[in-house]
Design a protein around this ligand. Structure first.
Ligand code: IVH
Length: 651
């Protein structure tokens, strides 16, 4: 490294220009949320500055953007005595309008305003759900960052605070000799989710919410860890100042801080009287879920600073401010049990049964647990004290447990190996999060879905057997499995609501027609997972008979073109389930039958019967899928390449 004295003028000037440019981009990106350059360009400028600084160490200034992460992990945080104590705000927990109305009434009384006096003006802000910090700028340069601590003494987190890109290392404009800026450090929800994904991948513990993540990140002894945690900052006030004219109102104070380059949140306003407060509270309440970060309320401050001074403090809380809350979105309660629901597609979803708790404005006693992996990641156990979250109208979920409150003798949770509804085996494909019941045709939970699929146009094609009729048939208990369809009589069918005798007999004849089908349609109708129409066709052609298919091993199945291990395993599992074999036997006993493969398909008879057609290029009025479907409807087959078997080429 060259000694400081020989730094060429050019290098010095270039470094200065780079510092200014990078600082400008940081401000645009982190404070204004309006990036000015592509990431790659930013990275290039940053690398160039780093290179210059490592060549000439005297070029490194404390406010250089490269110095956001510097120094070594400390063994603990030093104490910082706040020159001006960091106060807290009184919290109004009545989340209705009354919370705002009573604050306004109190202010009017304390200011000695009669009923005829003009409405009081308030500055209204968001109540950020992060942690308070104080930033000390001397001659415009950030020299110290501190946590609130007990309000009088906090912790010196300067090295960590410097890694927060939204916080300027140097104030812009004409900065006073001393200015302490106070505000909230927080983590955006989306960054919090990503952080937790990274924590999962690294096998590290998960954070319960963005606030904990922000606090945990800021109180890291190693600033290089903080630097990897995407924290944000919003200024809302000041502490000690020297040589600065304090604006006349809180709103102007916020504008002045913004002019110095501090990030100030945009939902700030001046409003008048109780009506202005309740309006703001409601308006923000409605868009709370769309904010990129969490808030737990709004803050009302008497706007005029001279009136603030007149109102003064009670103990550690100013009389001129109040936080007006929203219903809590997170609460702790006891996990009484984990039950498993089986969906229409056989997916098993664990559901938490909770001791009822008031959260997000309603009483919650169930919450989704999504899947087994998630339960293991968060190590959620029956009996645990769990954190329940309900934000807006979304389904309540369990965000984590309170480990200190875990009772003795809890055990890790495992999904049942048998379907809680039908007793069939449960399986889970490798790499899949969702476990499923294999009792497709048999499982009552899947009954409606299985029947609709079975009767579908591309399966047994039973006209008139749609959603509504299936609902009625299953709900009245007339039908338990597809085989029961063929036992239906006119009286029972016509007895259903809104079912005239004529349409009942139409449905019956459609069911009767469905007895004569093809093997490929029958295989497709079974609803085996991963077996679509074309796989069903391949299986029918390959095995030629249902019995041979049912007896095929996974190895046999793998011989079929386009059947891979996942599909083969799924088919083998389906036929291994005795419940499914039972239903198939019942269907055969009911007279469902098909001509041997390659034989005549009554539904497929048409001008292209037995012909193989190859489609190439684009067609003027049809998609290729539509054209293929028309060819198949006319009895033909489509193939992707021309061979000896090709009868027609459509170009
Ligand atoms: S002003 C004079 N404004 O709420 C009052 N505080 O109990 C000083 N907070 O931990 C605070 N949003 O971090 C103020 N817009 C806001 C705020 C806010 C969140 C936090 C603050 C403190 C707590 C006050």
């Amino acid at each position: 490294m060259a000694p400081a004295t020989v730094v060429p003028r050019q290098a010095r000037e270039r470094a200065e220009r780079l510092r200014q440019e990078i600082t400008r981009h940081d401000y645009a990106y982190y404070v204004l949320n309006a990036p000015t350059v592509p990431d790659a360009e930013y990275d290039r400028l940053y690398a160039e500055l780093q290179e210059l600084e490592s060549r000439y160490s005297s070029l490194v200034t404390p406010d250089s953007p490269t110095q956001r992460v510097s120094g070594t992990p400390s063994s603990g945080f030093a104490e910082v005595v706040h020159a001006v104590p960091m106060l807290s705000i009184r919290t109004e927990t009545d989340t209705s309008d009354a919370g705002a109305v009573s604050f306004d009434a109190r202010i009017r009384r304390d200011l000695g305003l009669g009923p005829d006096a003009a409405p009081v003006e308030y500055c209204v802000e968001l109540k950020f759900d992060g942690l308070a910090i104080s930033l000390r700028y001397e001659d415009g340069v950030l020299v110290q960052g501190a946590t609130r601590g007990n309000g009088t003494v906090g912790e010196d987190v300067t090295a960590n605070v410097r890694t927060i890109r939204a916080i300027p290392l140097r104030l812009s404009g004409s900065a006073p000799p001393l200015l302490e800026v106070r505000g909230e450090a927080l983590m955006y929800r989306r960054d919090f989710e990503r952080l937790n994904e990274r924590q999962t991948a690294a096998g590290e513990k998960l954070f319960a919410n963005p606030r904990n993540a922000a606090a945990g990140s800021l109180r890291q002894l190693d600033p290089s860890i903080t630097a990897r945690r995407p924290l944000h900052f919003y200024a809302y006030g000041i502490g000690a100042v020297r040589g600065w004219r304090i604006p006349a109102t809180q709103l102007e104070l916020l504008e002045a801080l913004a002019a110095l380059g501090m990030p100030v949140e945009e939902h700030r306003a001046a409003v008048r009287g109780a009506a202005g407060l309740t309006d703001f509270h409601r308006r923000i309440g409605a868009l709370r879920g769309e904010l990129p970060f969490e808030i737990d309320g709004v803050v009302y401050k008497v706007n005029r600073i001279d009136l603030q001074d007149r109102l003064g403090f009670v103990t550690r809380e100013p009389r001129w401010a109040v936080a007006h809350k929203y219903p809590a979105q997170e609460m702790v309660t006891t996990l009484l049990d984990i039950e498993v629901q089986v969906g229409r597609t056989g997916a098993l979803t664990p559901v938490a049964r909770l001791a009822p708790v008031f959260v997000g404005g309603t009483t919650v006693s169930n919450a989704t647990l999504h899947n087994e992996d998630l339960i293991h990641e968060k190590d959620i156990r029956v009996g645990d004290a769990v954190i329940v979250r309900r934000a807006g109208d979304v389904i309540p979920e369990i965000v984590g447990v309170v480990p200190e409150r875990r009772p003795a003798n809890t055990r890790p949770y495992h999904l049942p190996t048998r379907c809680p509804v039908c007793g069939s085996a449960v399986f889970r494909d490798e790499g899949e999060k969702v476990a499923r019941c294999t009792g497709g045709l048999f499982c009552p939970a899947q009954r409606k879905q299985a029947l609709l699929h079975f009767a579908g146009r591309r399966a047994l094609d039973i006209e008139g057997l749609g959603d509504k009729l299936v609902d009625q048939l299953v709900d009245t208990g007339l039908i338990r499995s597809p085989a029961d369809l063929f036992k239906l009589g006119l009286t029972s069918l016509a007895g259903l609501e809104r079912m005239a005798e004529k349409s009942a007999s139409n449905v019956l004849s459609a069911i009767d027609n469905a007895r004569r089908t093809t093997l490929e349609r029958f295989i497709f109708a079974l609803g085996i997972r991963h077996v679509g129409e074309s796989t069903a066709r391949d299986l029918a052609r390959h095995f030629g008979s249902l019995d041979r298919l049912m007896d095929a091993s996974e190895a046999d199945l793998l011989e079929v073109p386009d059947v891979g291990p996942v599909v083969a395993a799924s088919i083998a599992r389906f036929f291994a389930e005795p419940h499914n074999r039972e239903v198939i036997e019942q269907l055969r006993a009911a007279g469902v039958a098909w001509a041997e493969v390659g034989g005549h398909d009554p539904r497929r008879a048409g001008p292209l019967q037995g012909k193989t057609v190859v489609l190439t290029g684009t067609l003027p009025s049809l998609t290729r899928d539509e054209a293929s479907e028309m060819i198949r409807a006319a009895g033909g087959r489509t193939s992707s390449s021309v061979s000896r078997k090709t009868d027609l080429v459509l170009a």
